[in-house]
Design a protein around this ligand. Structure first.
Ligand code: FES
Length: 270
């Protein structure tokens, strides 16, 4: 009878330890990972190619090695994926491009080889932005990979719609204009190209957070002094776009995390 286990929930270290010690077979782990992949991947489109027969063959080979007392490496039985921009023998290195859909690798890159040599089971090939350029994983060959937590929510939408911090502006919504610039951990970031889920636990400073008490940030004062507002719509992004030396004082001073803070400072955001 086949055991039903949820090994896909375990950490890599736990899987490897249990496989090495014979508590579970690599075949069972692979079966669990495949089941999870087939259950959720149709919605997410994260893995764009996988070959169940090859996966199970890798796992069986590992189990045989363990049964013979052969060394199996630190990743024994751990399911891992490779992106379609990494050569893996027998698979196309598409890089998300239609023109490379037939570009099948004749040998594996050191990355894929190292994973295999360490006992990993190569579960499938994951998507990448075309040319692996840009933040969001979407291309004309494989389609869009979706956020498992919320398929739509960017940091920009989370700030504006979920938190009511409307000082961060939505201009192009595709990374071209800079109106949505915020400061994350001291670095300027385009929030329209950043998934909200990727910012968990990080300090985010929006334009509302640049004022300390009643004192304008030097960049805001400079905009006022030089009459640099233009139409005013993009100026919050422009004022947030220098997170290095001149902005360090303010990024420490006042991260904006609540509607109350937003309300208090809203009069100064334009
Ligand atoms: S809204 Fe234009 S770069 Fe984000």
């Amino acid at each position: 009878m086949t055991r039903t286990i949820e090994a896909w929930r375990w950490s890599a270290a736990e899987v490897a330890a249990r496989v090495r010690h014979g508590e579970i077979s690599a075949t069972e782990v692979a079966r669990s990972a495949l089941g999870r992949l087939e259950a959720v991947n149709p919605k997410l489109n994260a893995v764009v190619e996988h070959r169940p027969d090859e996966i199970m063959a890798q796992a069986r080979a590992l189990d045989d090695a363990i049964a013979h007392g052969d060394p199996v490496g630190v990743l024994a039985g751990v399911p891992v994926t490779t992106k379609v921009n990494i050569d893996q023998a027998g698979y196309a290195t598409t890089n998300g491009l239609k023109s490379q859909r037939e570009l099948v690798a004749r040998s594996s890159s050191p990355v894929a080889d190292s994973l295999l040599n360490a006992g990993g089971v190569l579960l499938g090939r994951t998507n990448t932005p075309a040319f692996s350029y840009r933040w969001f994983t979407s291309n004309q060959l494989h389609g869009t990979t979706r956020n498992p937590h919320d398929a739509r929510l960017t940091l920009l939408d989370a700030l504006r719609d979920a938190l009511g911090l409307a000082g961060t502006k939505k201009g192009c919504d595709q990374g071209a204009c800079g109106a949505c610039t915020v400061i994350i951990e001291g670095q300027r970031v385009l929030s329209c190209l950043t998934l909200a889920a990727a910012c968990d636990g990080q300090q985010i400073v929006t334009i509302e957070g640049l004022i300390k008490a009643e004192e304008l940030h030097p960049m805001q004062a400079a905009f006022l002094h030089c009459d640099g507002f233009q139409c005013g719509y993009c100026t919050p992004g422009q004022r947030s776009s220098r997170p290095s030396a001149p902005f360090k004082r303010s990024t420490r001073a006042s991260p904006v995390t609540s509607r109350q803070t937003f309300d208090k400072r809203s009069a100064a955001r334009h």
